[in-house]
Every structure is written in structure tokens, then in C-alpha cells.
Design a protein around this ligand. Sequence first.
Ligand code: COA
Length: 225
Amino acid sequence: MIPVSDSQLRVLILGAGGHAQVVADILLRMRDAGAAITPIGYLDDNISLAGHTFLDLPILGRIDEASNIDHDAAIVAIGHNTTRKRIYAALMAQNERLVVARHPRAIVAPDVLIGPGTVICAGVVVNPGSAIGANVILNTGCTIDHHNTIGDHAHIAPGVHLGGDVHIGSGTLVGIGATVIPQRSVGAWSAIGAGSVVTKNMADGVMAAGNPARVIRAIQEAGSR
Ligand SMILES: CC(C)(COP(=O)(O)OP(=O)(O)OC[C@H]1O[C@@H](n2cnc3c(N)ncnc32)[C@H](O)[C@@H]1OP(=O)(O)O)[C@@H](O)C(=O)NCCC(=O)NCCS
């Protein structure tokens, strides 16, 4: 266990999988860089994880046990957008404080708006005039150019590049290494395939892939990403 001083926010990490361990690492790097924040452990419903530690942080219980554990704030660290949204909404209904996890080696312009619970990984660049929603993942090394808007619960995967004035809807996954050319939009709860190049606006609830990206199918199960 890592000692926690009185002045620090004790943060519970909801989830304990690979992405949660990335979030734990970010919170530890923030603490080491002087932020008043300390992760205290994970909650996860996978009972086979009981007794494990990851990055020296313990599994403290199931996700619905947050209110039984002394803490000051939380963050949802689950990659699946719908699940992350559901848990985020439950925490907000309980008046939980949601922290932003922002790696010290992310470059974010000073005027960028960032919603609660959002994760900004190492190597991310966000340029001026952009607004990032709540409970978003900006994954490793993605670049968000100027005047973008990223909706709540979206996931911008590793190595994605979004041009200027791009708009990504709530709950949408932009897959690893995809590119969206400037002044295009992707609707809500859509998915863009890994490595795709989006050259035209994409509607809500579509799965699109390729270069140029074309719609493969509608996503029936809205919010399934
Ligand atoms: C686009 C995606 C969501 C589709 O997943 P799926 O619903 O399981 O679709 P399938 O694998 O059945 O593929 C359907 C068709 O689209 C094609 N396709 C799938 N992904 C593609 C991609 N990234 N680029 C080009 N074509 C793609 C498949 O080849 C297949 O074509 P076919 O019907 O001619 O055989 C998925 O392939 C993908 O790219 N996910 C991104 C994952 C990711 O980056 N996650 C972030 C982790 S940090």
C-alpha cells in the first residue's frame, strides 16, 4: 500500500483491467509530479481478482461497494463506452466527485475544457479551442487538433489523429490509428474502425471502416461500443 497524506484526494479506480492499470499509472505519475491526488485501489466485479494487486494497489471490493470504502473521489476506468457511461451515471447520482486523470506528459492547451472523469493518457496532444466531454478516454498518443468537440463517454483510441474543427459524438469509439480529416463530424454511439480515414461526415449509430471510411452497418444496439 502507498501512504496517503491528509491533504491528498484519495481516489478509487472503478475497474481493474488493463485500462484501469493505465489509469492507476497516470494517477501515480500525477501524484509524483505534485498533484494532490493518490489512487488507493480498484473496485472490480471479477471475483477472481480478489487479493490481487496491480502497481502495488489492491482490489478493494466490487463496483457497487464504493460507498463502503473511505475515499474522496473516483474515476471509471473501463474501456467499454456503454459500461463506463452506466457506472459514471450511477456515481453522479450518488454525488461522487469524479477526477480527471491527465498524464503529466500529455500536452493540453490552457483553454481546453475537460469534463469530469476524463482520462488523458501519455503522449496525447490537445490543441486550443477544443472541448472534451465527461468520462472520455483520450488514449495513448492521440492528437486532437484545434476547435474539436469530443462528446461525453467517447473513446479516442491510441494513435488517432483528428484534424481541426472535428466533432465526435457522445459514446463513439474512434479505433486505433484512425484519422478524421478537418471539419468533419462523427455522430453519437458510432464506431470508426482501426486505421480508417474519415473523409465524410458520419451519422449517429453507424459502424464505418476503411480508407476512405464507408459505413459497414448500423449499430442496432445503440450505445454498444
Ligand atoms: C470496425 C470494428 C468495430 C468492426 O468490428 P466488427 O463489428 O466485429 O466487424 P467485423 O470484424 O465483423 O468486420 C466487418 C467487415 O468490416 C471489415 N473491417 C473491420 N474492421 C475494419 C477496419 N478497421 N478497417 C477496414 N475494414 C474493417 C472486415 O474486414 C469485414 O469485412 P468483410 O465483411 O468484407 O469481411 C472493428 O474491426 C475495429 O476496427 N475496432 C476498433 C478497435 C479499437 O481500436 N479499439 C480500441 C482499443 S484501445
